[in-house]
Design a protein around this ligand. Structure first.
Ligand code: ADP
Length: 248
């Protein structure tokens, strides 16, 4: 049926911290190749939701299924990464003292450890993958430069490239445009739109101009539950959404 065809399926998910219900009966579905945006005020539960999907936090109740059959609540973080869920945190974690190209190579051969990676041959196939990723993240002209010399935006794109090297089926991206220039923000929307389709992408973001650029279905989270879902125009016209952002 439809559920087992969805890439990610959350139903009736709840989690409490010391009696405080951070996620409350949350349901959320992502289809293969679909891009989605999650918005919501501070404390809405966005981070906790991503933590549940990636196995960092185990829900008290509810169903979390990947590819229809894999119960993510039974797997730990490294299992879930291997299953094909990549997560990009807000702060870039590129290797500053390595070149752009070496960073991608490290990500591609991640399971082999840093030393053997830097001293092992790169196959023609791996080189082609690196070239393709450099194209996607538009950093081909910076491939030989140290990651330390990239702009803040370029570092974020490099990190997205490093996640792509792991070939995930689902990418979770936390506030990708925080601290970016307007031009970098526009470029990031283009990049994510290009990735979507091939991979599913869930973006957590506050920047409404950016979300409008993404042109995706938006889920508004408040007090651990879905408050509204639909186009940005649809959710931003919702009285409860306006209230939850402006406060009562
Ligand atoms: P958001 O990312 O939308 O700002 P969070 O998921 O970080 O929201 O937090 C949701 C709520 O859960 C907040 O009230 C936060 O204080 C609480 N919370 C999150 N993680 C923990 C934790 N490990 N222990 C206790 N409370 C937590």
């Amino acid at each position: 049926d439809r559920l087992t065809q969805s890439l990610l399926y959350l139903d009736g998910v709840s989690v409490s911290f010391d009696g405080f219900r951070a996620i409350n009966d949350l349901s959320f579905t992502v289809e293969h190749g679909e891009m989605r945006a999650i918005i919501g005020p501070n404390g809405a539960g966005k981070t906790t939701m991503m933590d549940i999907i990636t196995g960092k936090t185990r829900p008290d109740e509810g169903t979390v299924l990947f590819e229809g059959t894999v119960d993510l609540t039974r797997h730990d973080e490294s299992d879930i990464a291997r299953l094909g869920i990549g997560r990009k945190f807000q702060k870039p974690t590129v290797f500053e003292s390595h070149t752009v190209e070496d960073n991608l190579e490290l990500a591609l051969k991640r399971d082999h450890g840093i030393l053997s990676t830097l001293f092992s041959d790169t196959s023609a196939e791996q080189k082609a993958r690196i070239d393709a990723i450099l194209d996607t993240i538009r950093l081909g002209h910076r491939r030989a430069d140290l990651a330390a010399d990239l702009s803040h935006g370029q570092k974020q794109w490099l990190e997205i490239g490093m996640l792509l090297a792991q070939d995930p089926k689902l990418l979770l991206v936390d506030e990708p445009v925080a601290g970016m220039t307007d031009a970098e923000t526009v470029e990031t929307a283009r990049l994510l739109r290009e990735i979507a389709g091939e991979k599913a992408v869930v973006v957590v973001e506050h920047d409404m101009t950016f979300i409008r650029d993404l042109d995706v279905k938006v889920t508004v989270l408040a007090e651990g539950s879905v408050l509204a879902e639909g186009s940005l125009d649809h959710v931003s016209a919702d009285e409860r959404v306006i209230e939850s952002y402006l406060g009562r």
